[in-house]
Write a protein that binds this ligand. Structure first.
Ligand SMILES: Nc1nc2c(ncn2[C@@H]2O[C@H](COP(=O)(O)OP(=O)(O)OP(=O)(O)O)[C@@H](O)[C@H]2O)c(=O)[nH]1
Ligand SMILES: [Mg+2]
Length: 429
């Protein structure tokens, strides 16, 4: 990690939102100390990404203040990075690189480590290509004919590209295996009658805090961006239901393409949910909250969560008064029709949130179940106590007679274990 001083330069078009404070949060999370900022409103230019006049103005600032790095948002082309470094005599990194550094710092699981390596290799390739070409141009003074030298350089480049391709293939292979294992685990959970509840939302909105509050898990919470990179599923207590709650990677506007590709499978997991809890940070300004909710809904559209019920948890209300909460509630788009105001940190309204989730879950149906005495019957009974909502339990001559409300998944699992006459649905169909 860096711990170095940095100047932030943001270029955006007229009407594009000012994301400087978010860029600053990214830089701070990546452990830069921000010593200055420029917000340049203009169309992109080819040479420096900003107009030459502006680039020179920044150069003067750099000469006076001597930051160790210049961080540039949005992403830059490799040629632009090198030209700006030449002009400013300072190391230049773009937003993608900063996000890569954060992901690198936070990647704990083997899956996240592989995903980040994948993203980094893809990101660095054009830079390497550019660097090798530049070196060749400088070395043209040698004895050998230029064409021969360029040929040798191209060989070097091809070799490096081949090497990267090979490594990418190995990573993909390893990731495929991890995803297969996860799918197997998931299949097992569905088979056991678990319902999937997933936390989604912008990075730093409080998903992990809510996960801890609801499940007692030990997932990491921090006032940083992208603290969580891999999915963690834990059981959530809900009488009559078996529910797992998943915490996962947060969303951000304009997530660089290389990272989107690398983390695609993790992000896609949201679309497997039975119910989504969209965690929204209400402590942001109304405009900022709207922008972030929009970015989340965009991501939902991309990964196709059509038809999955969404419950919006308007989080961090401990930081607001009544009026401010109402303002934010009103600003939420139509897609957020079910809204519960919560404070994950103070555990405010969490029971109401769970009750609301319960209403959105697939319906329970009433069954009469006849369980035989003996070990098998007893182990099914103890499982039923967790997986179903038992209304009565009577010990009669040949079996235990149970009336319970069951989800379809649990009833199906029971149907696989018991003869048909021992499981009968008794509510109106
Ligand atoms: N005041 C207040 N702070 C909260 C609340 N919920 C979360 N936070 C704080 O918000 C910050 C981010 O919380 P996390 O739970 O790590 O957020 P996250 O959505 O998991 O973030 P990433 O994993 O980085 O995407 C932490 O500093 C939390 O303490 C809340 O209800 N009230
Ligand atoms: Mg988190």
């Amino acid at each position: 990690m860096v711990e170095a001083t940095a100047l932030l330069v943001q270029r955006r078009r007229y009407r594009e939102p000012n994301l400087l404070s978010e860029f600053e949060a990214l830089a701070t999370t990546a452990e830069y100390t921000v010593v200055g900022t420029f917000d340049i409103v203009s169309a992109p230019s080819a040479k420096y990404a900003i107009r030459s006049g502006k680039a020179e103005e920044i150069q003067t600032w750099i000469e006076v203040n001597e930051p160790e790095f210049v961080l540039f948002s949005p992403g830059l082309k490799s040629g632009q990075v090198f030209r700006l470094m030449d002009l400013w005599k300072t190391e230049v990194r773009d937003r993608t690189q900063v996000i890569l550094e954060i992901f690198d710092k936070h990647a704990r699981t083997p899956q996240a480590r592989l995903q980040i390596e994948h993203a980094r290799l893809k990101y660095e390739l054009p830079f390497e290509r550019h660097q090798i070409r530049m070196r060749l141009q400088k070395e043209h003074t040698g004895d050998r004919p230029v064409a021969e030298q360029i040929g040798a350089g191209e060989d070097l480049l091809n070799l490096r590209i081949k090497e990267i391709r090979r490594r990418l293939a190995t990573i993909n292979e390893k990731l495929k295996k991890i995803v297969q294992e996860q799918k197997l685990k998931k299949k097992k959970r569905i088979h056991e009658g678990f319902i999937e509840l997933t936390l989604a939302g912008y990075t730093n909105s409080g998903k992990s805090t809510l996960h801890r509050a609801l499940t007692g898990s030990e997932v990491k919470v921090a006032d940083e961006l992208f603290t969580t990179l891999s999915t963690k599923a834990s059981e959530l207590e809900m009488p009559g239901r078996r529910v797992v709650l998943s915490d996962s990677v947060g969303f951000i506007s304009d997530l660089p393409k290389t990272l989107l590709q690398a983390f695609n499978t993790t992000i896609m997991e949201v679309s497997d949910a039975d119910v989504i809890i969209l965690v929204v940070d209400a402590s942001d300004s109304v405009e900022e909250m709207e922008r972030k909710v929009e970015a989340c809904l965009d991501t939902f559209n991309k990964i196709d969560v059509n038809g999955i019920p969404i419950i919006t948890a308007l989080n961090k209300i401990d930081l607001l008064d009544e009026l401010e909460i109402e303002e934010r509630r009103l600003a939420l788009p139509d897609a957020c029709s079910i809204v519960i105001e919560i404070s994950a940190q103070q555990h405010t309204n969490l029971t109401l949130l769970v009750e609301t989730v319960k209403k959105e879950l697939p319906l329970l149906h009433k069954y009469e179940i006849l369980l035989p005495y003996g070990d098998d019957g007893m182990s099914t009974l103890s499982w039923l106590h967790e997986a179903g909502d038992i209304e009565s339990e009577e010990y009669v001559d040949e079996h235990i007679e149970i009336v319970a409300n069951l989800s379809n998944e649990v009833a199906q699992k029971l149907g696989r274990e018991l003869p048909a006459k021992n499981l009968r649905r008794i509510d109106a169909k």
